[in-house]
Design a protein around this ligand. Structure first.
Ligand code: ADP
Ligand code: MG
Length: 357
């Protein structure tokens, strides 16, 4: 139904600099698919949705919808807009129109449906999203969750073939996320084609036929929810789905900036609520860098925190060696007794010592 080939988007900033947000996006979306797009912020997820419906004209590439290239000269964008609905993070309702008028506005003007038929359909849709009682009120009297359900009803009123959702629950109070997700679940069950940018991982996993993991302006990895969440191929995907936060330092000489590492550790622990780990972390880093690993340079040191697993680790990677640089003596034994675990493993890059705090 939608086929995207080599799509790119470069923004030209007023100061003359440029930013290439979409590098080379390729994908095919079949009718009835529910695709969740996940990935770190700033990787172009919103830009991709906006490019697909030409709110943000792409720089190059092709977008085929039902066998027509919508980027071709002479293609009437209205035709595509009727096929694609869009639901935004910030609802974008018309504040000066009632809930009912918000829904009937476009069908009456663009689809030339009679006012009365449009109203009838709008009432059906309001019932579907659980808001029959709200037809005559204005958006400002609604909660965020209710506004978003109206926005979904408004998109459905155009009988779209596909709806693009851009983080539909990100602006909501946590208590209201569920009501919007349950409407979307229902639509998925009914077979509506949907493309959803979301940070709700459980939801994405339950509802989707496929997941696109976007990273650095491309679809980095795509697959079934099981493939992406249980057996991701790329380490960036793995880190993202396990919500692994990290802080990385490259240490290549004797006079590295230890104070910077110490400050970094403190900030990291503060940010992820790990203050109980800060002290042991500090002592162990010091012991490792100034004692056990004093003579192995360069090395990469990272502090990682896997949110889902609740695991904090100090990870020392020494390149180009195959044997553990940790001496097998009492000092190491003592070190071992103060942490949860020490994993020593050779890798293709070198040797890694991972200390779980
Ligand atoms: P995501 O939705 O994955 O968080 P976005 O698509 O919103 O990412 O943005 C990707 C990058 O493009 C960001 O660095 C953002 O600042 C930049 N960007 C988005 N829209 C514009 C614009 N209209 N002009 C310039 N830069 C933009
Ligand atoms: Mg976004």
């Amino acid at each position: 139904m939608i086929s995207i080939k080599h799509l790119s988007k470069t923004f030209h900033n007023p100061d003359g600099s440029t930013l290439t947000v979409l590098k080379d996006v390729n994908c095919d979306i079949e009718k009835g698919e529910v695709i969740s797009i996940i990935g770190p912020s700033g990787t172009g997820k919103s830009t991709l949705l906006r490019a697909i419906n030409m709110l943000e004209p792409p720089t190059s590439g092709e977008i085929w919808v039902d066998g027509e290239n919508i980027m071709a000269k002479g293609y009437h964008l209205d035709k595509m807009r009727r096929k694609m609905g869009m639901v935004f993070q910030s609802f974008n309702l018309f504040e000066h129109l009632s809930v009912l008028e918000n829904i009937t506005y476009a069908p009456v003007r663009l689809l030339k449906i009679s006012e009365s038929q449009a109203k009838e359909e709008a009432m059906e849709l309001l019932k579907k999203v659980g808001l029959s009682q709200k037809a005559d009120v204005f958006p400002d009297s609604l909660s965020g969750g209710q506004k978003q359900r109206v926005a979904i009803a408004r998109a459905l009123a155009m009988h779209p073939e596909v709806i693009l959702f851009d983080e539909p629950t990100s602006a909501l109070d946590p208590t209201m996320v569920g009501e919007v997700l349950s409407v979307m679940r229902q639509l998925a069950k009914e077979g509506l084609t949907m493309l959803i940018v979301t940070h709700e991982m459980r939801f994405a996993r339950d509802i989707s036929t496929r997941i696109f993991f976007m990273n650095e302006g491309i679809i980095y990895e795509d697959g079934t929810p099981e493939q992406i969440f249980e057996h991701p191929v790329h380490s960036a995907t793995k880190a993202f789905v396990n919500r692994i936060q990290k802080l990385v330092y490259q240490i290549d000489n004797e006079d590295f900036d230890y104070l910077q590492i110490h400050t970094g550790l403190n900030q990291f622990c503060l940010k992820y609520n790990l203050s109980d780990k800060a002290r042991t972390g500090y002592e162990i880093i010091q012991e490792m860098l100034f004692r056990h690993l004093k003579n192995v340079r360069p090395l990469t040191f990272r502090i990682t925190y896997a949110e889902l697993a609740g695991e904090t680790a100090l990870d020392f990677m020494v390149e180009g060696i195959t044997e553990s640089p940790l001496p097998h003596n009492e000092a190491t034994q003592q070190l071992r007794s103060r942490v949860k675990d020490i994993i020593e493993e050779p890798t293709s890059r070198g040797f890694r010592i991972k200390i779980l705090l």
